[in-house]
Structure formats: C-alpha cells, structure tokens
Design a protein around this ligand. Structure first.
Ligand SMILES: Nc1ncnc2c1ncn2[C@@H]1O[C@H](COP(=O)(O)OP(=O)(O)OP(=O)(O)O)[C@@H](O)[C@H]1O
Length: 460
C-alpha cells in the first residue's frame, strides 16, 4: 500500500492547470496506453478510456453508468473498490482477468472532495508486465526494455527453441494465422500472447477461448454473440461476441483439437471469409481477425480418425510452430528456474537460493509437465523451504509425492526413469551405497534397495 498525502494546489499550480484546454486534457486521457477507470462513490463507472477495449474487448460507452461490481463479477479478481474506499490509501493489486487469463496490475486511488468525503476511485491499470519487465528489472536499463527483441521477451537459449523463436519473430511481423503445437505446459498460450504483443495488432485486443472447456452452444454464443431473443434465458439486448469485440486484434483458440466438427465448420468460415453469423441472426457480420490456434493433440491422427477437418487444418497451418518439450531443452532449465525464482522472490519479498545439488536434480529430471511443472516446482520449493538455500531434499520428497499420484496421471510422470538414471550415474561414479544415500538424501537401506532394483537385478 502507498500512503497518500493530500495535494494542496498552489495558486501557480492552479493557474497552470487552468491554462490547459479541456480538449487537450481529454486527448491525454483518451490516448493513454494505460487503462484509466473511474468509479463514483457507489461503484458506478464514471469514465473509462479506450484502453479497456484493448485489455478486455469492452467499449467505454457500454460500461459507463453501470455498476462495476456487476460488470466484473466472475470475470475479475480481486474486486478492490470497497477496500480502497475505506483505506484512504492507494492500493496496488495484481488482478486476473479470467476471459483472457491475463494478469493486470492496478493502482487504485481514492479521491476525496473538499469536505473530505470519498468522491471517486481512479484505477490505472497496466498489463503486459512481462515487457515492462519483472525478471530483468535489476540488470537492465528500463529504457532498453521498451524495444525488446522477440527472443528477449521469451526465456530460452536452447538451439531447438531458438529456431522456433526465429520463425515466430517472422510470423509475428506477418499477419498470417498460426498453429502452435506442443505438449501441455510447453508455453503455447504464452507464445500466442507474445506473437500478438509483437504484431501490428498489438494495440487491439487479444482474446483467448478454451475450446475444450466450453460446450458447443456456449462456445457459439461466446464467440459469435447473439441477437435479442435468440434463445430462452438470453440477455434481452443480445450480446456482442468475442470475435466482434476482438475486431482488428487476435483470437486465440486454445485446445482447438477438442473443438466439435460442427464448430470446426464455423471457424473455417471465419478463416476463409472473415465473417460470422451471430446466434439467432441470418445476417453475416464481417471482422478483421487473426487466428492463433494451439493444441497438444496430434491433429494428423485426428484427421485420419475423422475427428478433425483436414481443410481447417490446412487453413490454420499457414504457419506452424512445434514447441519442444522441456526435456529436449535441458540447457534452458537453469535459465527458466532462475527466472521463476526471481519472480517468486520479488512477489513474496524473499531472497531464496537453490543449492547446486538441487539445480543438478532439476537438470536431470524429465519435466513431463514441461515449463508449467517447473514453474510450480520452483514455487513449491520456495514456499516449503524454511532455509534461505533450498536443497534437493525437498525436490526428492516432491518427486515421491508425484509418484503417489502417478497412477492418476498414468505415464505422464517419469519419476521411475529419473530415479533409475540418477542411481546409475552415481553408482558408476562412487560404487558405494553410503555415498549414494548421502548424495540423494536417502537412508543407506533405501539406497541399497534402489541399487538392487536398478543395477544388480538388471545385470542378471
Ligand atoms: N518461455 C517462457 N518463459 C517464461 N515462462 C514461460 C515460458 N513458456 C511458458 N511459460 C510459463 O509456463 C506456464 C505454462 O505455459 P502455457 O500455459 O503457455 O503452456 P501451454 O502449452 O499453453 O499449456 P496447455 O497445453 O496445458 O494449455 C505458464 O505459467 C507460462 O507463463
């Protein structure tokens, strides 16, 4: 929280303020890249600048005079108006906007009238914190971060991954559709957002929809919108869909492999003709949209099994990038770990380090859940460790816990392989169960069991 000191305007300051024409002040507000969102004492929207269209696909004129709590209900967390109103302080919050899954930093400032009564709250919000920079803040001149190269925004130096980044850099400058393939957690959504941020559409909305999570009917009305009276229970005024809201920008269709054949046909129409028909209407509407789609499914097999349309595949496939799994990017594991560790340290105001042995474990592990699993593991190590230097013991416990849920995830986790490899490596070097036990943070009897299981029994 930031303490607010009441600003008392000097006569000179008031004169200077009065000298600025109203039109100029309005132009400044309207052209601010940062969102400016003002609520009155009852939480009604008094003013919102056009940045809200870029961030949420909502138009200022559609929200003004409406109750902000109702607008944001279920879409936005946390709702900080009530707290700001009573706090007499500016409150900085990290919010999540569920429709796009974006994190948005808001500074909420309460404003008081001459009688010292709460008059309104001004929120200024900033997304895109990655380019403003959380990870590099300590070492980089903030001016330099404004013009980051594509490869600098995304963490990764591995050769295989760099080839993807080279392609992505070119693709982001073009306006073609893009298909991103890769295992779960390899960063498909993260890359999609970055491609948009680096494209000429970056000042227009980026809206994401998860095709797997939504039933057909809802998918259609969310994406295409509907006309008044389109179906029972529909809003009497109708609804503008994501496509229209994202006009000029990018739609990200996550998990496209899970889309039904019926919806695939509708998406194909959007791709081919840049048009769609709202639910309950017979009039096509035209949009200018770039589509980025992603899936962890094998679409070629899905086509063979008649679960995915080949014409849609080829349409989406104008540009295709296959993100490598983290086990093929072992040289990036430390880089990513350091990045996540710095992020958590900053967020939690801690100064944790990872021991060398823990980092070695991280490098040898397969990370079947890819970057998402690595990020979660780093967070878990940071939270659970009481020490400043986090050692590998916690990680081995983490692997044991993962092993417990192995049956649930079937062969997603390759813990067994990891243990086997580690024991083999240590045994060929030390040939001593005592040293292996010490190195792995296990009792000597457990180390003996592992040696028997993976080495002795395998030799016979
Ligand atoms: N290169 C990267 N640098 C930093 N963080 C990354 C990078 N790639 C991915 N991440 C982070 O890893 C996590 C998983 O990424 P993301 O959700 O994009 O994966 P995904 O492939 O879309 O997963 P799924 O297929 O399950 O939807 C996210 O928290 C994301 O911010």
């Amino acid at each position: 929280m930031i303490n607010l000191t009441k600003v008392v305007n000097s006569p000179d300051y008031t004169e200077y303020l009065n000298s600025i024409p109203r039109e100029t002040l309005l132009k400044i507000l309207e052209n601010s890249f940062t969102e400016i969102y003002v609520l009155d004492k009852n939480g009604k929207v008094v003013y919102a600048n056009p940045a809200i269209t870029r961030l949420y696909g909502i138009k200022p004129e559609d929200v003004v005079q409406k109750n902000s709590k109702e607008i944001k209900e279920g879409l936005w967390d946390p709702y900080s108006f009530d707290l700001t109103k009573v706090s007499r302080q500016a409150i900085v919050t990290e919010n999540i906007y569920y429709k796009t899954n974006r994190t948005i930093i808001c500074i909420n400032v309460p404003v008081y009238n001459d009688q010292d009564q709460f008059e309104f709250m001004i929120s200024t919000s900033l997304d895109n914190i990655r380019t403003v920079d959380l990870s590099y803040r300590d070492v980089r001149n903030p001016i330099e971060t404004i013009d980051l190269e594509f490869s600098e925004v995304i963490i990764g130096k591995n050769e295989l991954f760099k080839q993807c980044l080279n392609d992505l850099e070119k693709i982001s400058k073009s306006d073609c559709n893009l298909l991103i393939l890769g295992e779960s957690g390899t960063g498909k959504s993260y890359i999609a957002q970055t491609v948009h941020n680096e494209s000429r559409r970056r000042h227009k909305p980026f809206l994401a929809i998860n095709c797997a999570a939504i039933p057909d009917g809802l998918f259609e009305s969310e994406l295409f919108g509907y006309v008044p009276g389109a179906f029972t229970g529909a809003n009497a005024k109708g609804k503008i869909g994501l496509l229209k809201n994202a006009d000029g920008g990018t739609i990200f269709l996550d998990e496209i492999g899970d889309l039904s054949l019926k919806m695939q046909a509708k998406i194909l129409d959007v791709l081919e003709n840049q048009r769609f028909i709202p639910v309950g209407s017979d009039k096509p509407e035209h949009v200018n949209i770039r589509i980025i789609a992603a899936t962890n499914q094998n679409l070629v097999s899905a086509i063979k099994e008649k679960n995915f349309r080949s014409d849609l595949y080829w349409r989406l496939n104008t540009a295709k990038v296959v993100l490598p799994p983290l086990r093929h990017r072992q040289d990036d594991v430390i880089l990513l770990t350091t990045y996540f560790l710095n992020t958590f340290n900053k967020r939690n105001n801690t100064k944790k380090f990872f021991s060398e042995s823990l980092l070695s474990c991280f490098i040898s592990y397969d990370w079947p859940g890819n970057i998402r699993q690595l990020k979660n593991a780093v967070e878990r190590m940071c939270i659970l460790s009481d020490k400043t230097i986090v050692d590998k013991k916690l990680f081995l416990q983490y692997l044991d816990q993962e092993e417990d849920i192995e049956e649930v995830y079937e062969d997603c986790f390759n813990v067994e392989e990891f243990k086997k490899r580690t024991v083999n490596k240590l045994y060929s070097k030390y040939k001593s169960s005592r040293i292996i036990a010490k190195k792995m943070g296990l009792s000597q009897s457990t180390a003996n069991l592992l040696i028997n299981k993976y080495i002795i029994n395998n030799e016979t």
